[in-house]
Design a protein around this ligand. Sequence first.
Ligand SMILES: [Zn+2]
Length: 174
Amino acid sequence: MYDYDEGDDADCINCGAKLPEIIEEKGSLSVGPWWDGYCSTHCQQGKPVIDIDAILRDLDPYGSLEYTIGYDNNDGDWTACFDYEIVRHHTKGVLVLYKIVVDSDSGGFIETADQGESAFIFAKNIIEDWTGIGQELDGPWSEEDIQQAVETSNRWKRDMIIDYETDFADGWHI
Ligand SMILES: [Zn+2]
């Protein structure tokens, strides 16, 4: 008989992820790597795992100013800055980690507006989405501001694809 009293709230010995509960199916237990206290074969083999929170902390869109959109004119200013890193997570697969910092001198704020993990299919549209958000604000965008946002968004997507093809070409479906 299998006995797994701690199954409801046990963590993976290697990475600390919550382990799924043992599920009984048709009289037999479904067996997974968590059988021995690990979330995956990766952890069972004691391999290192990436620290998503640490990578998010290190992303510095406002420092690098590599991808920025927004406006700055007589009515005020608003700038959104973006940064990302692609990682391979041992159970979630290939992810885009991203951070967005929004800055406004006229509004008197600079803040991390969003950060997290995303599949490429959503991450590629982040700047496009934020161009829409920014244009709903009061300050008018010039044609040049809009054109620049489109170019930044295109560069964001292109760089992401290049990074993927360079380091993660196996197992990621765009
Ligand atoms: Zn694990």
